[in-house]
Write a protein that binds this ligand. Structure first.
Ligand code: ZN
Length: 250
């Protein structure tokens, strides 16, 4: 009897009599609560401190925490907020004029990225939200990993660029590079001058290979898609990261 009652209740609420959580109802409840919060916030009925406000842009200098991925969505959808977040972190947040170059190639909400948190980077035009994530990856993945593995900071991120009006190799689909919504990381220069390239070090084993895998795994937490040499031969010499619709970590 108790069993039947518990089963019946489980269909009614997010938590049944045994304390089991109904995931679907929980998600619906959370979404409804977020929507209510958004409306209340818009009407000025609720004011949350920025640290606890899921609709306020993140402070990129702040160590990522449970709300960071939600707050980063604000940067993806609000170029002005993204620009301000980059400026707050000490980067060039000036948004460049949009440009449509045909073949589904267009530049929108882009900035000129010329440095990261600790590492330099050869100047490259990229989407603001990509720049923000590159900054986070440098600050909270690359620099700690370089210190741990080599006892020195990373001085430069070497790359193959962001914008490239092209399709995916051997495909008719446009690449995320066609909208500068991606970045190709070729390697890292350490403060002492040594270069660790994906092309040479990925398969070399030892510390360099472990270091690069840590950079790949960390990028998976910052970007929607991360592709390494483990994915296919097209990525044998770089880590591809992007903020497209598809999610993956390879
Ligand atoms: Zn790429």
């Amino acid at each position: 009897m108790l069993q039947r009652k518990a089963t019946f209740r489980s269909r009614q609420g997010a938590v049944d009599m045994r304390g089991r959580i109904n995931p679907a109802l929980l998600i619906i409840g959370l979404v409804a609560a977020l929507m209510l919060l958004a409306v209340a916030r818009q009407l000025g009925l609720v004011t949350l401190p920025p640290h606890y406000d899921p609709f306020s842009p993140p402070d990129l200098r702040e160590r990522p925490y449970w709300l960071t991925s939600t707050k980063l969505l604000v940067l993806d959808n609000d170029p002005a907020a993204c620009s301000a977040a980059l400026a707050q972190a000490g980067l060039n947040g000036i948004l460049l004029p949009p440009a449509n170059q045909g073949r589904a190639c267009h530049l929108d909400a882009t900035v000129m990225l010329s440095r990261l948190s600790g590492a330099a980077i050869r100047q490259e035009q990229t989407r603001c939200s990509i720049a923000a994530r590159m900054y986070l990856w440098d600050r909270f993945v690359l620099q700690p990993a370089a210190l741990r593995h080599y006892g020195q900071r990373a001085s430069e991120v070497l790359h193959f660029g962001s914008y490239n009006c092209r399709t995916i190799h051997n495909s008719s689909h446009m690449s995320e590079h066609a909208t500068a919504n991606a970045f190709d990381i070729a390697g890292v220069r350490l403060a002492g001058g040594r270069v660790i390239s994906v092309k040479k070090a990925w398969t070399a084993g030892g510390t360099d290979a472990a270091f690069l895998r840590e950079l790949r795994d960390g990028a998976c937490g910052d970007f929607n898609m991360t592709l390494s040499p483990d994915y296919n031969a097209d990525h044998a010499d770089h880590l591809h990261v992007d903020m497209g619709w598809l999610h993956g970590c390879h």
